[in-house]
Design a protein around this ligand. Structure first.
Ligand SMILES: C[S@@+](CC[C@H](N)C(=O)[O-])C[C@H]1O[C@@H](n2cnc3c(N)ncnc32)[C@H](O)[C@@H]1O
Length: 278
């Protein structure tokens, strides 16, 4: 018989080769196959793991050792303290993206019933966090991927949020002549030949790669923004740590003022913003 505590200890050692969070991963995978939460594991460390549960656990461990993100194995990821469903159809939401949410909420703090657009919503993480933080806001979430959009809709419905609407299509194409107070986007920004893609091979290429230089999507988002912003509206985009200068240039060419780049928690340039001149 294998006890929960023994299984976690053994998995922790095996997963250390593939993960910097081996103990957490081990707990999440054991909790997943037992259909319980991590807190219950600590409360019952002597619980026996049944043979069929061990088989399921082994399959998950092998996938994790092959580099699959833990969020795809558990089907869940927390973002902005909200529990989201995540599948391989969408990028796993990253903690650094919370900077976009934080800044968007600051920019709409003084507005009543603000209109916000999240371009390339994926799991819906950014749009949902803003909609949850500002129930009076009208948040539009768009994506070119129908499967991503279906998941974003499920996530919004699961959290009981009613102030979101969804549009399918490329960047601004499905938005007709709608205008917003704030446009946020975490578009794909990795260059096609970037060796970093190797470690990201389980996530959708559509969510990661933006042409040979990595700036194609950011350029499209910046170029189309002025036609969809209210006067004095703001555009906020996430980008790669080395793309700050190039993105500030894109916003300048697109007619933005008060352009600046903010650092993420790791101290890396991560979000660039600009205000549409009135
Ligand atoms: C980096 S992911 C961001 C997902 C989510 N917003 C997040 O921060 O976790 C980029 C998203 O842009 C979407 N996307 C890629 N090309 C697009 C396009 N041409 N028009 C609209 N969305 C696009 C992808 O499907 C993906 O969901």
């Amino acid at each position: 018989m294998i006890r929960v505590a023994d299984a976690i200890a053994a998995l922790r050692a095996r997963l250390a080769a593939a993960s910097t969070s081996a103990h957490l991963d081990a707990e999440l995978l054991v909790a997943q196959v037992l259909g319980t939460g991590r807190a219950s594991l600590a409360a019952d460390p002597d619980r026996a793991i049944a043979p069929e549960e061990l088989l399921a656990l082994e399959s998950l461990v092998r996938r994790r050792l092959a580099g699959e993100p833990i969020a795809y194995l558990t089907g869940r990821r927390e973002f902005w303290s909200l529990e989201l469903e995540v599948t391989p159809d969408v990028l796993v939401p990253r903690p650094e993206t919370e900077l976009l949410v934080e800044r968007a909420l600051e920019l709409i703090a003084g507005l009543q019933n603000p209109a916000v657009l999240d371009l390339g919503t994926g799991s819906g993480a950014i749009a949902i966090a803003i909609a949850a933080g500002r129930p009076d806001a009208a948040v539009t979430a768009s994506d070119v991927s129908a499967t991503a959009l279906a998941l974003a809709k499920r996530n919004a419905a699961g959290l009981g949020l009613l102030n979101l609407n969804f549009r399918e299509g490329t960047w601004y194409a499905p938005l007709a002549d709608l205008r917003f107070d704030v446009i946020v986007s975490n578009p794909p920004y990795v260059a096609a030949g970037d060796p970093a893609l190797e470690a990201l091979m389980h996530e959708p290429r559509l969510a990661l790669v933006a042409g040979s230089g990595g700036l194609e999507a950011l350029a499209a988002v910046a170029a189309g923004a002025s036609a969809h912003l209210a006067p004095g509206g703001w555009l906020l985009v996430e980008h790669g740590a080395k793309q700050g200068e190039a993105v500030r240039g894109l916003l300048q060419s697109a007619g933005f003022a008060r352009i600046s780049t903010r650092l993420d928690l790791a101290g890396l340039p991560r979000v660039t913003e600009g205000e549409l001149s009135r």
